[in-house]
Design a protein. Structure first.
Length: 96
């Protein structure tokens, strides 16, 4: 990730701040206590920012190439993902 870009991750990427300073992840609830209202508000704001991207990823997973293990040549994966993104963008431009 570029140093100037901001990374948004879910709870699975908690260690990302150690490698990339501008990354943001939600606050995990500690075992022995609740999280505060400010932390809940921050987590909800982050989730709302990630929502659009998560919806697009879900729609692209309809194409099983992104949902399952990729078993073809690695060199062609980027090209195929770009083609799928192009199909998605075409569908946005030409509604049914």
């Amino acid at each position: 990730m570029a140093p100037t870009s901001e990374g948004l991750g879910d709870r699975g990427y908690q260690g990302l701040q150690k490698r990339h300073a501008k990354s943001r992840t939600p606050i995990k609830k500690p075992r022995d206590r609740e999280i505060g209202k400010a932390d809940k508000r921050r987590t909800r704001t982050l989730a709302s920012q990630r929502l659009g991207c998560e919806h697009i990823i879900g729609k692209l997973k309809v194409f099983k190439i992104l949902a399952a293990r990729y078993r073809n040549r690695r060199r062609r994966f980027g090209l195929r993902v770009q083609l799928l993104a192009g199909l998605y963008n075409l569908d946005l431009l030409c509604p049914r």
